[in-house]
Design a protein around this ligand. Sequence first.
Ligand SMILES: C[S@@+](CC[C@H](N)C(=O)[O-])C[C@H]1O[C@@H](n2cnc3c(N)ncnc32)[C@H](O)[C@@H]1O
Length: 216
Amino acid sequence: MRMRKKKHGEERLRAAGHLLCTSAAQTKEDPYAPFIGDKKPLHLEIGCGKGQFAVGMATAHPDVDFYAMERVSDVMVCAVEKALAASEDGFDNLRFIVGDAGTLADWFAPHTFDCIYLNFSDPWPKAGHYKRRLTYRAFLELYKTLLKAGGVLRLKTDNEGLYDFSLEEFAAAGFRIVKESRDLHNSPYNEGNVMTEYETNFSSRGMPIYFAEVTV
Ligand SMILES: C[S@@+](CC[C@H](N)C(=O)[O-])C[C@H]1O[C@@H](n2cnc3c(N)ncnc32)[C@H](O)[C@@H]1O
């Protein structure tokens, strides 16, 4: 996501300090450390953008603890400010990490997550860039180690090319399809669907949303 440099970005991130995780050592040792209350299922969104999905999910599912990761700190400013606006003190069950998906093994121990979300990940359409796609097999191997037994990975995209590539990569990495739709919004899997910013935009233009849930 391209974004003009935010004014006072660092300061604004610091103002939401309690929502932001900055110690990978802490989350790796105890993924519940940043959360308040009982231990709940743990979910992770990778590439959360401006945070609409993360905030919507944390609101709809108080029984789940959510991490949302985003590599662009100026984009993360929008996400944390959205969380603060939606709830006076932010949320008990939502924490943000500024970081790249490639560093996830520094942040979390194996078998941490019940669910990982990839929402409208950058498609990297040039053939030579396929290793950068977040569903490239090297990333899938990383997610596999982070998922608990029986955990699932959920993908949503507007991009048919990325979707077809992802299905091939899932098979290559030993993931099994649990749910699949080339038109999520007109499928039974749409019940309870929380839309992302990109999803809201693409679907308002009549574009189908591709969806898959996979497990190992
Ligand atoms: C196309 S945007 C979609 C944003 C949001 N998920 C949505 O659906 O509205 C993709 C986001 O993923 C982030 N991103 C891309 N590669 C990433 C990576 N390797 N690690 C973390 N975030 C990444 C980008 O900075 C961008 O904000």
